[in-house]
Design a protein around this ligand. Structure first.
Ligand code: HMG
Length: 417
C-alpha cells in the first residue's frame, strides 16, 4: 500500500482526514456518516490526527455518603454492572454511617534524574547548601503556582545506582499539575547541569506517594446477608478474599481491577488523567516488592471494616476540565469543588465497588448479578434493536447457559413470531 498519505496527515483538515481514512480503509457510507456525525470542534482541539469523537456511556452512582455528605457521582464506563455495583456498595455503607475519608496531603513529585554521580556526598552537600536556590529556581519557572499558595516546597535525594533522583515536592493546589511539575523539574535540571552533573531526564512521577488518599467503611454484618447467605457468612468470605489479595498477586490484580472499575469511571467523568491514576495505583500496590490488594476487609465484633489507600493526585482545574462542557456538567451534578473532595469521593466509590464485587464473589458468585446486566449487551451484540433487546435479555436470563448463539436463536425466533 502506498503510505504517502501518512506524511503530514496531522496538517490536514478533519474533513480531509476522514475522506482519506474512508478511502484507505474502504469504509461504508454508513460508517463514514457515523464518523462525521460524531466529530466535534472540541475533539479536534484536544487530540492530534483527529477523526471523530468516540463515545462512552455515563451513569451516576447514587447514595454515596462521604464524611457526612451525600453525593451523586457521574461515572463513565462501558462495562455493565459497574455502576450497579458501586451503587449497591455505596448504599450498604451509607446505611452504616457512610465512608470516612481523611484529609490527605497533596504534593506531586518531579524527578530530576542524574546519572554517573561519582561523589554522592558532594551532590548531597550541594543540594543541602542550595536547597532554597533550587526551590526558588523551580518556583520561578512556574510563578503562578506560588501566587495561588502552592509551588515547590521540598526536596529529597534518592539513590538508584547508577542513577540519583533529585525529587521535588510540589504543591499543585487544585490541578493535577503535570505541566507545572514538568516545567519546574526541567528548570532544576538546567541548574543541575550547570554544576557539571549529567542529567538523564526531568519528569514528574506518577507514583504520587505524597498524595495518598485513605478511606474507611464500616458495614453492619447483618446488612451483608442475602442470596441464601447470612451476613456473617458473607462477611467471612469477604475477609478471606481480602486476606488472599494480600498474598496472591493473581488474585490481587483482579481485586484491584474491581476497585479501579469505580475509580477510573469517576476519573474519566471528572476529566482527569486516569492513566496517571492507574499507573500510580498499581505501583503503590507493589511498593514493598510484592503486588497486593489496595484494600483490606476485616471483621470486628458485629461489623465488617474496609480500608483503602492509594495515590489519588486528582485535579478540578486544568487540562480539558474547563474546555469540555460535559465535564463541567459532571461537576455540577456531583457538587465536587475541590481536588481533595474529588479524591475522597473517588476512593469511596472504589471501596464501594470493591465491597459489592467481593460480596457477590463470597455469596452467589459474580455471574448471577453481572450476567443479569450483561444480557442486554449480549442481545445488542447479535443485532437486537433497542425495543428487542429487553425481550431477548429476559429470555437469556431464564436460560441455563447464555451465549451469543443462544441470543441469536432467541432473536430470530422473536422476529419470526
Ligand atoms: P443485588 O444484591 O442482587 O441487588 O446486586 P438488589 O437487586 O438487591 O439491589 C440492591 C441495590 O443494588 C439497589 O438498591 C441498587 O443500589 C443496586 P435499590 O435501588 O433497590 O434500593 N443495584 C442497581 N443499581 C443500578 N442498576 C441496577 C442495580 N441492581 C442493583 N441494575 C449487583 C446486584 C449486580 C449490584 C451485585 O450482584 C454486584 O454488585 N455484583 C458485582 C458486579 C461487579 O463488580 N461488576 C463489575 C464487573 S466484574 C469485575 O470486573 C470485577 C471483579 O472481578 C472484581 C473482583 O474479582 O474482586 C468482580
Amino acid at each position: 500500500m502506498n503510505n504517502n498519505w501518512q506524511h503530514g496527515f496531522y496538517r490536514r483538515s478533519v474533513a480531509d482526514r476522514q475522506a482519506i481514512v474512508s478511502e484507505q480503509r474502504r469504509l461504508s457510507p454508513a460508517q463514514q456518516q457515523l464518523m462525521k456525525e460524531h466529530a466535534t470542534p472540541l475533539g479536534n482541539q484536544l487530540v492530534e490526527n483527529y477523526l471523530t469523537d468516540y463515545r462512552l456511556p455515563e451513569g451516576v452512582t447514587v447514595g454515596l455518603l462521604v464524611n457526612g455528605r451525600h453525593y451523586t457521582v457521574p461515572m463513565v464506563v462501558e462495562e455493565p454492572s459497574v455502576i450497579a455495583a458501586a451503587s449497591n456498595g455505596a448504599q450498604r455503607v451509607a446505611r452504616s454511617g457512610g465512608f470516612d475519608a481523611v484529609t490527605a496531603p497533596r504534593l506531586m513529585i518531579g524527578q530530576v534524574i542524574i546519572k554517573d554521580v561519582t561523589d554522592f556526598a558532594d551532590l548531597q552537600q550541594w543540594v543541602k547548601t542550595h536547597h532554597d536556590t533550587i526551590l526558588a529556581t523551580a518556583n520561578a519557572a512556574h510563578p503562578s503556582m506560588q501566587k495561588r499558595g502552592g509551588g515547590a516546597v521540598g526536596l529529597r535525594l534518592r539513590q538508584e545506582p547508577p542513577f540519583v533522583s533529585l525529587d521535588l515536592e510540589i504543591d499543585v493546589q487544585e490541578a493535577m499539575g503535570a505541566n507545572c511539575v514538568n516545567t519546574m523539574a526541567e528548570a532544576v535540571a538546567d541548574l543541575v547541569r550547570q554544576q557539571g552533573w549529567h542529567v538523564t531526564a526531568a519528569i514528574l512521577s506518577n507514583l504520587a506517594t505524597e498524595s495518598v488518599q485513605e478511606v474507611t467503611a464500616h458495614v453492619a454484618l447483618a446488612d451483608l446477608g442475602g442470596h441464601g447467605f447470612s451476613g456473617k457468612e458473607a462477611a467471612s468470605g469477604i475477609a478471606d478474599l481480602s486476606a488472599l489479595a494480600q498474598v496472591d498477586p493473581y488474585r490481587a490484580a483482579t481485586h484491584n481491577k474491581g476497585i479501579m472499575n469505580g475509580i477510573d469511571a469517576v476519573m474519566i467523568a471528572a476529566g482527569n488523567d486516569w492513566r496517571a491514576i492507574e499507573s500510580g495505583a498499581h505501583a503503590y500496590a507493589a511498593r514493598d516488592g510484592q503486588y497486593r490488594g489496595l484494600s483490606t476487609w476485616q471483621i470486628q465484633d458485629a461489623e465488617l471494616i474496609g480500608h483503602l489507600a492509594l495515590p489519588l493526585p486528582t485535579g478540578v482545574v486544568g487540562g480539558s476540565i474547563g474546555l469540555n462542557p460535559q465535564t463541567r456538567l459532571n461537576y455540577q451534578i456531583s457538587g465536587i469543588q475541590t481536588a481533595r473532595q474529588l479524591a475522597q469521593v473517588a476512593a469511596s466509590v472504589g471501596l464501594a465497588q470493591n465491597l459489592a464485587a467481593l460480596r457477590a464473589l463470597a455469596t452467589n458468585g459474580i455471574q448471577a448479578g453481572h450476567m443479569k446486566l450483561q444480557y442486554r449487551s449480549l442481545a445488542l451484540s447479535v443485532g437486537a434493536t433497542a425495543q428487542e433487546a429487553p425481550l431477548v435479555a429476559r429470555q437469556l436470563a431464564k436460560a441455563k447457559h447464555a451465549d451469543k448463539a443462544l441470543a441469536k436463536d432467541i432473536l430470530l425466533k422473536l422476529r419470526k413470531d
